[in-house]
Design a protein around this ligand. Structure first.
Ligand SMILES: [Fe+2]
Ligand SMILES: [Fe+2]
Length: 153
């Protein structure tokens, strides 16, 4: 079964990535702070696109009451997500630290656009912690409950 990241979230990630890429091209300390942030963000984004966001593609079907054995595939992702969640939250802390440095540099340089980008990225991380990650974990737990014990292989 295709576990597809909801388009809205996919677009948001792509847009943030693109804005970050543009910020890395800024002159001087703004570009340096953005590059430091990008080095932290890239592996984090990749992990999110692999394990944290695809389970959310099942939300709408599950909320309609649709459950199928093919959905068991999501458990590989959500088990990994549960195991890696503490590390991912730590990554957010590091990202927020780098974001603060970018915020200060962009403020000094009068780059209101990058200050605004930083604010949106901060909100993004908060939404993930408060809504997206817990929702993805719940998708896994709910699918496991509904499908019952998995047969021994
Ligand atoms: Fe993200
Ligand atoms: Fe994140």
């Amino acid at each position: 079964m295709d576990l597809v990241i909801p388009t809205s979230l996919q677009r948001e990630h792509e847009a943030l990535h693109e804005e970050l890429r543009r910020a890395t091209q800024a002159d001087g300390e703004v570009g340096e702070a953005a590059s430091a942030l990008a080095r932290l963000m890239h592996p984090h984004f990749v992990k999110e696109d692999q394990i944290a966001l695809p389970p959310l593609g099942l939300l709408a079907a599950l909320a309609r009451g649709e459950v199928s054995t093919a959905m068991a595939e999501v458990l590989t992702l959500t088990d990994r997500l549960e195991a890696e969640l503490p590390a991912m939250l730590q990554e957010h802390q590091a990202i927020i630290g780098a974001l603060q440095r970018l915020h200060e540099a962009a403020t000094r340089a009068g780059r209101a656009d990058i200050v605004d980008f930083g604010r949106r990225l901060m909100d993004h991380a908060r939404t993930e912690e408060e809504v997206m990650y817990p929702a993805a974990v719940l998708v896994g737990r709910y699918v496991r409950l509904r499908l019952g014990p998995t047969p021994q292989q």
